[in-house]
Design a protein around this ligand. Structure first.
Ligand code: AR6
Length: 170
């Protein structure tokens, strides 16, 4: 790992003791499957109650809530694009998810932030392309900003781990 401010972990993002975790949400922000379902289950019903008042979130944007029963103090909910072959602005929308999430972390003086692979599950974004966007947008942001101090990429599977490891070793 060349950059001391970047880390890679294989595991369940809901268990991490960090200032904030990022959720791969949908436009309603009211929960769903995948990592979104796991986060809502672990955080408890008060999270949904706060999310109801947020009036959803456009694709490529992000909103912040408290972490409730999580160890993480905050959750940054971002809505990734559904993969449609790469012809519907998916790359720039995914880059925007990382940019807006990192900006919200900065505004809230979040020191440690953990990202799952936004859009790489149900939404079908190719994992190698998504990881390249995740790492390049995060590096670009960290070069210009003090917060967040550290960003952790959290993956569930070995193939994703290898994709990130290669990118982070470059
Ligand atoms: N910790 C870390 N990573 C996880 C976890 C976990 N607990 N669970 C899944 N992943 P997905 P999307 C990985 O489908 O593609 C929801 O229903 C998973 O392996 O959760 O952005 C929402 O409500 C994958 O690499 O999110 C939306 O409707 C990555 O997290 C829709 O799914 C993202 O997979 C969003 O789809």
């Amino acid at each position: 790992m060349k950059n001391q401010r970047l880390e890679l972990i294989k595991g369940d993002i809901t268990t991490l003791d960090v200032d904030a975790i990022v959720n791969a949400a949908n436009n309603s922000l009211l929960g769903g499957g995948g990592v979104d379902g796991a986060i809502h289950k672990a955080a408890g019903p008060d999270l949904r109650a706060e999310c109801v008042n947020l009036n959803g979130c456009p694709t490529g944007q992000a909103k912040i809530t408290k972490g409730y029963r999580l160890k993480a103090k905050h959750i940054i909910h971002t809505v990734g694009p559904v993969w449609c072959g790469g012809y519907r602005d998916e790359h720039s929308l995914l880059a925007s998810c990382y940019q807006t999430s990192l900006s919200l972390a900065k505004e809230n003086m979040i020191k440690t932030l953990a990202f799952p692979g936004i859009s790489t599950g149900v939404y079908g974004f190719p994992k190698d392309q998504a990881a390249l966007i995740a790492v390049s947008e995060t590096k670009r942001f960290l070069r210009k900003n003090v917060f967040p101090e550290k960003v952790i990429f959290v993956v569930f599977f070995d193939d994703s781990y290898e994709i990130y490891r290669k990118l982070l070793d470059q």
